[in-house]
Design a protein around this ligand. Structure first.
Ligand SMILES: [Zn+2]
Length: 246
């Protein structure tokens, strides 16, 4: 959709607060986590990195980014309380089960997070799944210190020189994986080359289309890569030179 100022941006001035409001019209996607950025789904129990990320999230009211995140079918449910707060909630089942959504933001990146609660009546099964977007770039001035392969959560993380944990920036439809020869490992191999070329600075989504460094590709697609491990920037440089991380 092409942006039109008169149609899409409506400014109203609130003299009491002293700033301009504006309304941004967006088209929600079809399903949870399928919008502009790449999507991620995390459970705290999956890995220590997933737990660290979930623990830092801040509760907030639903906003347009949460609507974009979950899609139009689930969007109205973002405003329903959990069964624990209100057994009569539209998201409660028989006053005991629950299929509610709760909303958060990540205080490090300000990306939206929507947590979906699933609790059966009597509570035999209960878990929360956290949906979010992957960032398109690491924050400016943060340098990659370690690349983390998290095989439990099936995710690639970055720890920056400021100690922050981030999802490795990812282009939509171009996710990463390890341990076999395919599109995910090819994208990760190209990203490792890019990180090394940039010396860990300015890590952003998207790689060139060409074939990756053969040494990197060989390691990323091997069983050696397919376990949880942290690789320092020097190890990534070594990998590009020699095809080995130690
Ligand atoms: Zn709930």
């Amino acid at each position: 959709m092409t942006y039109e100022h008169a149609r899409d941006l409506n400014l109203t001035y609130d003299s009491g607060r002293g700033y301009w409001h504006f309304v941004l019209y967006i088209e929600p996607p079809h399903g949870a986590g399928s919008a502009l950025n790449g999507g991620k789904i995390m459970q705290a129990s999956t890995s220590r990195y997933a737990a660290e990320w979930i623990n830092r999230l801040t509760e907030c009211d639903p906003d347009a980014l949460h609507v974009a995140l979950v899609g139009k079918n689930d969007a109205p449910n973002l405003w329903h309380p959990c069964v624990y707060e209100d057994p009569e909630s539209p998201s409660a089942i028989a006053r005991d089960g629950c299929v509610c959504w709760q909303t958060f933001h990540d205080p490090v990146t300000w990306l939206p997070v929507a947590a979906h609660h699933f609790r059966t009546v009597s509570g035999n099964h209960e878990y929360w799944r956290h949906f979010t977007f992957t960032p398109l770039a690491l924050p400016e001035k943060e340098r990659l210190d370690r690349l983390i392969i998290d095989s439990e959560a099936d995710s690639i993380w970055v720890r920056t020189d400021q100690g922050n944990l981030h999802f490795l920036p990812e282009a939509r439809g171009a996710g990463y994986s390890v341990g076999y020869g395919g599109g995910g490992p090819t994208e990760l191999a190209r990203m490792i080359e890019k990180i090394v070329q940039m010396d860990g600075y300015g890590v952003a989504a998207g790689t060139s289309r060409g074939m990756p460094n053969e040494k990197v590709m060989s390691w990323v697609s091997s069983k050696a890569a397919d376990r949880t491990q942290e690789l320092g920037l020097e190890q990534l440089k070594l990998l590009c030179r020699t095809g080995s991380v130690a």
